[in-house]
Design a protein around this ligand. Sequence first.
Ligand SMILES: Cc1cc2nc3c(=O)[nH]c(=O)nc-3n(C[C@H](O)[C@H](O)[C@H](O)COP(=O)(O)OP(=O)(O)OC[C@H]3O[C@@H](n4cnc5c(N)ncnc54)[C@H](O)[C@@H]3O)c2cc1C
Length: 405
Amino acid sequence: MFDVVIVGARCAGAGLALLLARRGMRVALLDRDEFPSDTLSGHYLHQSAVARLAGWGLRAGLDQLGCPALPSMLLDLDGVELAGSALPVNGEHLAYCPRRYAFDAWLLEEARAAGAEIHTGVRVDGLLYEDERVAGVAARSRAGTRMEWPARLVVGADGMQSTVARLAGARMADLRPSYACAYYAYWEGLDLGRAELYLRGDGVRRFAVAVPTNDGATTVCVAWPAEEHERLRGDLDGAYHAALRALPLGDKLDGARRLDRLQGCIKNPNFVRQSAGPGWALVGDAGYHKDPITAQGMADALRDAELLADAIALADGSALDPASSTYEAARNRMLGPLFDYTCALAQLRSPPPEMRALAQAMQHQPQALARFFGIMAGSFELPAFFDPAHVAAIMDGSLETAGAP
Ligand SMILES: Cc1cc2nc3c(=O)[nH]c(=O)nc-3n(C[C@H](O)[C@H](O)[C@H](O)COP(=O)(O)OP(=O)(O)OC[C@H]3O[C@@H](n4cnc5c(N)ncnc54)[C@H](O)[C@@H]3O)c2cc1C
């Protein structure tokens, strides 16, 4: 009997396994994939994620993954260019963009080193029950062998189409449309030294992001409205290149070379699922999924892993259900403003006139920009940034003259 069986061994699952195993729990971590392997995903790690990994004692390992540290970014908002650095999170002022084949395999090995039992190449397709509680999982190996893992708690860290969620009957607590589709490829010969993001709103409705990653390559992703996918899918390559050529980023791609085929997602649903029930819990994308435009998925997955591990550590008795409920409530308290902000950005609309004016005012105010970029980096609260008094201080320049951190 395991204390916890975790289905899905990438950011959320490996992170949780690591934290629980370090606390002396008997943990099994299962994944249908083999590692190292890529998954359909960008991989920008905000400062909040870097700080969390540092808190887990993994800062040096992250540095050794072979992708450049990113001290700054450019956001081009309908032609208004904002360039700067985010306020640090717990002293971490760098972001990273490690390829998933490197990041996920590294985290998995850290979980193994902490004592988690790892089984790859196994697809979970059933839940075990005892007295109407989930009491383990059933799975099949690639060779077709049937296996069972009994556990006090089953955690679905198995992504947005979570099998654990479906089998446990997790309901949608908040379901919003899929606003945008996104496709990316890797390029060589592009030397940006920072993340660059471009939004073109009304009349165009495109978003592009380019970020340096491993092997000297840069990941370049383009998003467009979901309703345009049908029209564009006959020539996605053409649509991708046309979108890039229409941006200042297009000039920077002259002389660069695309390395691989386009990969992407037609649907990027936005939802919060019920994430706790008798004998089960969900972490990462399985429980909370949002459009990748704000690149919060991996940071959120690591945060959820820590929230659940902390709740389990405080639990007593044999059932871990109260811990999962405590975790779900804590996670839900953290979602609100950034979930709304992500859904708004994913609609690829022009910023309203007052936001455009604010962006223009911020252009030459490094402190205001540090706070603005800090919203996504995890160092500044979104409601505090858009508080009328704070906005007024940016508009009249007094934030800058006060030397605000
Ligand atoms: C185009 C795109 C760009 C993105 N860009 C970024 C970005 O720049 N930064 C960022 O932070 N996030 C980004 N994201 C989001 C990010 O990919 C996810 O939020 C993150 O991967 C979630 O991690 P997870 O561990 O919850 O799930 P996943 O990474 O989805 O891992 C789930 C694992 O579960 C396994 N699994 C599933 N079902 C089963 C089963 N039945 N049995 C066994 N194993 C199973 C899978 O094999 C997989 O390994 C992007 C997403 C997309 C689509």
